[in-house]
Structures are given as C-alpha cells and as structure tokens.
Design a protein around this ligand. Structure first.
Ligand SMILES: [Zn+2]
Length: 164
C-alpha cells in the first residue's frame, strides 16, 4: 500500500464519529506512519489514518468530479490559463488526476477543507454491521468497517463556483 506524500494527520479528526459509541474519533500519532484514528472511549480498535483518509478522499472526489463538472471546470482552467492566473492546484482533468492530487499534491489542510465542504458527518461502523453505504465500496480494504457519509447539499461544489 503506497504511503501518501508526507505525514498525513488529522484530516478527519472530529468529522468521523465512532459507529460503536458515537464519539468523534481522535487522531493519534503511531510510529512513522500517518497515525491512527481512535475512539476516545476505546470501544473499538484504532484504524490507520492514511487508509481512512484515502477512502473518504476517494468518496468525496468521486462525488465532486463528475464528468459534467470536469468538463465545465476544464473550460474554466483554460480561461484562467489564458488570463495568466496560476492556481496552486490545477483543475483536475479526470477523476484519476483528482485522486492523484489528493494523494500527492494536497496538504492536510486542503484535504480537510475538501472533506468539510462535502460532508456534514461521517460515521465509521464496525465491519459487517451495516450494508455498504457507497455504491462501489466493495473494495477489500473494508476490514476497518463501513463508512456512512452524510453529504452536504448535492452540487454544492459546482454551484459555489457558478455565481448567479
Ligand atoms: Zn466508540
């Protein structure tokens, strides 16, 4: 499993609730890796932070960067290029590109902001207690439980840049 660039940390701290007891998970350092998210009451074993960050990041980006949004934002990027605006992060050209940015280019602050903009709350349920919330989270990294994501308004990301 590839480690994300730099030490990831508290991207999700306070946003993810423990599905066992409802307490917000806290971030703890653990060795050289990105640490873990742990239930403060200790009702469940901690989960690797990098893995959970990545799972949530993917879900957020998949929702954010639909084909339609990608196409419209490509036009925006083109305009910005012509006008000479250099953004810190370029508009992704594909979902794959967006995932790459998340893993390798974004810092924790950026990741955290993206998650906060997209979800109200996330609940991490113990494995096999709830049917998968996402459409294709059949991915095998599920040993750490099922994620429920409470989304903010649909298309918030798209309308935010739309100014009407
Ligand atoms: Zn708990």
């Amino acid at each position: 499993m590839p480690a994300p660039g730099g030490a990831s940390s508290s991207v999700l701290a306070g946003t993810v609730l423990c599905g066992g007891c409802g307490e917000p998970l806290v971030h703890r350092e653990a060795g050289a890796a990105a640490g873990v998210y742990a239930c403060p009451s200790g009702c469940r074993p901690p989960v690797p932070a990098a893995e959970l960050d990545r799972r949530v990041g993917r879900a957020v980006l998949e929702r954010m960067w639909t084909a339609d949004t990608l196409a419209r934002m490509a036009a925006a990027q083109e305009l910005l290029d012509r006008l000479g605006y250099g953004l810190h992060h370029r508009v992704p050209v594909s979902l794959k590109h967006a995932l790459y940015q998340w893993e390798h280019e974004f810092d924790d602050e950026t990741r955290r902001a993206l998650v906060q903009d997209a979800v109200i709350v996330i609940v991490l349920f113990p494995a096999a207690r709830l049917p998968a919330a996402g459409p294709d989270s059949a991915d095998s990294a599920d040993s750490d439980g099922e994620l429920f994501l409470g989304w903010r308004r649909v298309r918030a990301a798209a309308t935010a840049v739309r100014k009407e």
